[in-house]
Ligand binder design. Structure first.
Ligand code: PAF
Length: 280
């Protein structure tokens, strides 16, 4: 059965109050729609551990720093609802812009430090938009657990920090990145890659994996970085925005692998910005 789609906050709260009264736990999977297997894996993780599952679909204007990016972001609500059918999601929350940001809305949730680097350095205001909408979704759904993909690892760390700092009683659960057969990390943005460019896309993960091997063999980022970036560009990418080895918690820069460290990359391929990260 297709899950009921709720568009109003009042309707959402009526439903969650009933579940709460019955002593049921609630899991939330925040999304911007254009659902793929990565999102479905989050919904499944929520289904396995929570009595009730809410998937939110809201293309959040506050996290887009480029108006064209917002305009072109894929919107596939009907297909999304169908994709969730087999998982047994209890509710899809799909508010519109004014529902989420009514006239006079003036609050900004901003997490310091973690947002200055990686994607934050290249997309000014993006993570304020994410932290603002996610804190609202946490409060609106009153969920016990929230499920996020490690694909957006920086976002995951920022959301964890935000929930802890604001004392929102929710467990933030990180779930592994789901990949296409050729290694490309699944992302709603992959729908925007042309067929011609798509064949080049796996090079990003391939070079990251090679770099990982070299680092684990004792190599240093300072020696390996330029060569790895050149390989990504030679494979057909237009630009490497960043390729960094960082701590997995505070995201501080590293030259050599350490406990919990990860490689992070963002690169442009034919007008589409792809990001990826892997544990090292
Ligand atoms: O990862 C996303 O799709 C978005 O950043 C999120 C967490 C749904 C907030 O809009």
């Amino acid at each position: 059965m297709i899950a009921p789609i709720e568009q109003t906050l009042a309707g959402l709260r009526t439903q969650t109050a009933i579940w709460r009264k019955a002593g049921e736990t609630i899991g939330v999977v925040p999304t911007m729609g254009a659902l793929h297997q990565g999102h479905l894996s989050l919904a499944r993780a929520a289904r396995e551990t929570c009595d009730r599952v809410i998937v939110t679909i809201f293309v959040n204007p506050k996290q887009f720093n480029n108006p064209d990016d917002l305009k072109n972001y894929p919107r596939t609500e009907q297909e999304d609802a169908k994709k969730l059918e087999s998982i047994g999601v209890d509710l899809i929350y799909n508010p519109d812009g004014p529902q989420m940001y009514p006239d006079g809305f003036a609050t900004n949730v901003s997490v310091n430090g973690l947002t200055d680097m990686l994607c934050g350095a290249h997309r000014p205001g993006h993570f304020d938009g994410v932290a603002t909408v996610v804190s609202k979704l946490f409060l609106q759904t009153s969920a016990d657990k929230a499920f996020f993909g490690e694909k957006d690892y920086q976002q995951l760390q920022i959301v964890r920090r935000m929930a802890a700092d604001l004392d929102i009683p929710i467990e933030v659960v990180g779930c592994p990145t789901i990949r296409e057969e050729d290694g490309l990390a699944m992302s709603s943005r992959n729908l925007l890659i042309s067929d011609r460019a798509r064949v080049k896309a796996p090079a990003l993960a391939e070079v990251m994996n090679e770099l990982r091997t070299a680092l684990l063999a004792g190599g240093r980022m300072s020696d390996l970085l330029e060569d790895a970036k050149a390989k990504i560009v030679n494979a057909g990418f237009n630009e490497v925005e960043y390729l960094d080895l960082r701590d997995g918690t505070d995201l501080g820069l590293l030259d050599q692998p350490a406990e919990g460290s990860r490689l992070f990359a963002a690169a442009w391929l034919a007008g589409v910005r792809l990001i990826d990260n892997i544990a090292v």
